[in-house]
Write a protein that binds this ligand. Structure first.
Ligand code: ACO
Length: 426
């Protein structure tokens, strides 16, 4: 037996407590503190910054080295050689599909893209100016009302079909949110289109005209989905796991994930990039905003710069930057004032001591915001697109949890309120 342990000595307590140290395949070891409760202690880690909430085999991140692996495969290789649906299959199943499995999976997703006609009526109840994420939270959760026949989460086949339904229907619902906002009829998905191509078709076609989707834009859209497909135990994925640990159905769990993603500290950053570029408004004002970003007394930050986990570079941002160039060239909008501001900002920030010292590089949101804007997608839809892309990650983590022994998630607290006291007059 060569098991590593950590020893915890507590002031005033005679014997120290031995805690097992668990090793992963790569990455830091973790101290198993599960035994502490029996000794009368909880651990305290607000924000879970030092806590591994689960064991997982899906995604590995090394923020210092700029590494992101899905099932072991580097994100750069997947972005270059794979596509979104194949990456979905990989996340869900653990291995890349062979050609027959790939074709079967694609076919299965294709034939689940339509939503129940009754679901379309839900949209009528939403005001025209409803935020699309508000609609997504409601409508995706409501999907559970349509599939009572396959919601036994203990059955592998039910989990599989729910996963496929979610991946297939998310772009359809997302595009319906957009059509609802602009007062155009919903467009049905087309089975002769690829996944991203279909999404752009449902967004931009009308019954009167179906503009041809450019392969470059469809590829860019596919890569945006792929680059967002999973990111380990982030806030929305942890929310999906926590909701799922109660035995809730996958549609309800993914709806909870969408709610968590909505916040500006998570999925809302690329929308913030666009708002910032609009606020800068003119190249002549860039210096002024850079100065503000460096000023400790000014709360302004350059949106789309820096990352909580990636401290040297974000591997997804590198891929996204290349696509950004291709899309702007394809659309012939390189000289659009907004994109010129973005380019200047990127250059100045990359050369400026303040940003270099603090390792503040443009992140994935900086480029994805620019690409989506160039494609003609309004900023209010950006987080929705993030949600579409992240769906296989959410559902893979949920499935991984349900297929293994798990407990209901129930954190404890450090209570600092009143001790017991009597109601007045008692
Ligand atoms: N603009 C200007 N200064 C910045 C920025 C920025 N975008 N980000 C960090 N800094 C500065 C801080 O003021 C701090 O300076 P100091 O050391 O002189 O005090 C230093 O860099 C470190 O900043 P922290 O806030 O400690 O970095 P942290 O890792 O906690 O924050 C975060 C990361 C939240 C992403 C931050 O960089 C930020 O607010 N960026 C802008 C918002 C954004 O783009 N978010 C999307 C992240 S990507 C994603 O979620 C997929």
């Amino acid at each position: 037996m060569n098991k590593k342990t950590a020893s915890l000595s507590l002031e005033g307590v005679k014997d120290s407590i031995d805690l097992p140290i668990l090793g992963g395949s790569i990455g830091p070891d973790v101290i198993d503190v599960g035994g502490l409760t029996a000794k009368g202690y909880f651990t305290f880690d607000p924000g879970f910054m030092s806590t591994a909430s689960c064991e997982s085999r899906i995604t590995y991140i090394d923020g210092d080295k700029g590494v992101l692996l899905h099932r072991g495969y580097p994100i750069e290789q997947l972005a270059e050689k794979s596509d979104y649906l194949e990456t979905c299959y990989l996340l869900l199943n653990g291995e890349l599909p062979d050609p027959a499995q790939k074709a079967e999976f694609e076919n299965d997703i294709r034939y689940h893209t339509m939503v129940h006609e009754k679901l379309c009526e839900f949209f009528k109840g939403f005001p025209i100016n409803a935020h699309p994420m508000a609609i997504m939270v409601g409508v995706v959760g409501a999907l559970s009302a349509f599939y009572h026949d396959s919601l036994d989460i203990m059955k592998e086949e039910d989990r599989r079909i729910s996963a496929h339904r979610l991946i297939a229907k998310m772009p359809t619902i997302a595009a319906m949110c957009y059509k609802h906002a602009i007062g155009q009829p919903f467009m049905y998905p087309r089975n002769d289109f690829g996944y991203a191509e279909n999404f752009l078709h449902m967004m931009f076609s009308t019954p009167c005209e179906a503009p041809k989707v450019s392969p470059i834009l469809a590829k860019a859209m596919d890569t945006i989905f792929l680059l967002h497909a999973d990111h380990e135990q982030n806030a929305s994925t942890s929310t999906v796991r926590l909701a799922g640990s109660t035995g809730a159905n996958p549609f309800a769990c993914v709806s909870a994930g969408i709610a968590a993603l909505w916040g500006p500290a998570h999925g809302g950053a690329n929308e913030a990039v666009l708002n910032m570029l609009d606020e800068i408004g003119d190249e002549s004002r860039i210096e002024e905003f850079i100065k503000r970003a460096k000023d400790k007394n000014d709360p302004f930050r350059l949106m789309g710069f820096g990352h909580r986990v990636y401290k040297n570079f974000d591997p997804r941002a590198k891929v996204m930057r290349k696509i950004c160039d291709e899309v702007l060239t394809e659309l012939g909008v390189e000289n659009d004032p907004l994109f010129r501001i973005a380019r200047r900002l990127e250059k100045i920030a990359l050369e400026d001591e303040y940003f270099i010292e603090r390792k503040l590089y443009p992140n994935v949101d900086f480029y994805s915001g620019i690409i989506l804007k160039a494609i003609g997608i309004p900023a209010s839809m950006f987080t929705v697109i993030f949600a579409v892309g992240r769906t296989p990650g959410w559902i893979s983590h949920w499935n991984e949890m349900i297929s293994n022994p798990y407990k209901i998630g129930r954190p404890r607290q450090l209570y600092t309120g009143h001790a017991r006291r009597d109601y007045p007059g008692t």
